[in-house]
Design a protein around this ligand. Structure first.
Ligand code: AMP
Length: 363
């Protein structure tokens, strides 16, 4: 199915990812229609149409389905069943969402696809948390199976006596207990996949987190990560293929002595790929539009020698006067209004050297 320029792309979720998708789609001549329950979602400012409705509002989703030529999502914690009204118009499909929404099904799926994850157990009560501590050891991190993001819904257990406190901290909800990984670096594989199996990778960024939130992504990666990329890309591609995924998919990894271990899958464009807007020939956002609309892949080579992307979290966005005065900084502000602690308000990308250099992007 080719969806030609001039068509309307529906985007479920109106956050910054939907905003950057809309901007990339507009450049290719598409109109976007945002579906989001909030009053002023950041993506609606740059899109042609906006439906304000709850994600499980079937009647609103049916009207939306009739008004769009193809639909995608930028937010993963969506009720899956109501989305079935979109049928084949939804790209990627609901399978990608369902697997990534539950940390236990995600890990089982990754392992079935040949990817490796840190030792883990599902836990449903304090006794099971204590049993996981005894079997897996500490440090151990509890993560709620659903609705966790940016380090939310997580608690560390550094010694057995912390089990109860951690279980209470995550709200005594069904969770996974996962061994703490002694990683040297974190990185992601960002891959776009087309309906009939075409795929494109970008250079893999090394990612630095603080308090569970991405702070910085840097390309190209260092030698340790580079040595683990073949295995990591293979695992990411197996996941994308097994899901029948269409569009961009991101897999986050820990790089350490044991090789690449998968942390998690995001079945969508990702914060660690924001550098591609200025740092790569084709951005992750444009490529996602190309993949879901059945257009050919764009090149993913680096534009310069590399790029560094820094998130603007909370009131860091108030530094904008200094940032826009820096001629080498590409400043992105998401138009979210008042900053609050931990909220992603914008990002800044600096591309290193204007000399075109062939990176390890592949298409
Ligand atoms: P997540 O929300 O699962 O992506 O976790 C956010 C961040 O917490 C990760 O990017 C890591 O920096 C850290 N983290 C999560 N799980 C582990 C783990 N098993 N071992 C070490 N660090 C972790």
């Amino acid at each position: 199915m080719t969806v030609p320029p001039g068509s309307t792309i529906g985007i479920i979720g109106g956050g910054q990812l939907g905003r950057m998708l809309s901007m990339a789609a507009a450049r290719l001549g598409y109109k976007c229609h945002i579906f989001d329950p909030h009053e002023h979602p950041p993506a609606a400012d740059v899109a042609a149409l906006f439906t304000r409705a709850a994600y499980d509002d079937r009647a609103a989703l049916e009207r939306f389905a009739a008004q769009v030529d193809v639909a995608t999502f930028e937010f993963v914690n969506l009720p899956v069943e109501p989305l079935t009204v979109l049928g084949d118009k939804l790209r990627p499909g609901t399978r990608s969402l369902a697997v990534a929404q539950d940390r236990a099904s995600e890990k089982e799926f990754i392992e079935r696809c040949g990817g490796r994850v840190a030792p883990w157990r599902t836990v449903e009560c304090l006794e099971e948390v204590e049993a996981a501590v005894a079997e897996v050891g500490t440090p151990l991190v509890l993560k709620t199976r659903r609705y966790g993001y940016d380090g939310k819904g997580q608690a560390w257990i550094r010694s057995p006596d912390e089990a109860r406190g951690a279980w209470e901290k995550i709200g005594a909800e069904p969770a996974v207990a996962e061994a703490g990984v002694n990683f040297v670096a974190e990185f992601s594989v960002i891959v776009a996949r087309w309906e009939h199996g075409g795929r494109a990778f970008w250079d893999s960024p090394e990612n630095e987190h603080g308090d569970g939130i991405l702070r910085r992504s840097t390309v190209p990666c260092g030698d340790l990560v580079a040595a683990q990329l073949t295995e990591a890309r293979e695992a990411a591609l197996h996941v994308a293929e097994a899901l029948g995924h269409v569009g961009v998919l991101t897999v986050e990894f820990f790089a350490g002595a044991e090789g690449p271990l998968v942390n998690e899958i995001a079945p969508r464009v990702h914060n660690s790929g924001h550098w591609t807007i200025e740092g790569s020939v084709t951005s992750q956002f444009e490529q996602h539009v190309r993949a879901i609309c059945g257009l050919p892949p764009g090149a993913t080579d680096l534009i310069g020698a590399g790029a560094v992307m820094d998130n603007l979290i909370g009131d860091e966005v108030n530094r904008w006067p200094e940032l826009v005065a820096d001629a080498g900084a590409h400043v992105h502000i998401y138009g979210k209004g008042e900053p609050s602690p931990g909220r992603k308000m914008g990002h800044v990308t600096r591309v290193e050297s204007a000399q075109p250099v062939r990176g390890t992007g592949e298409h």
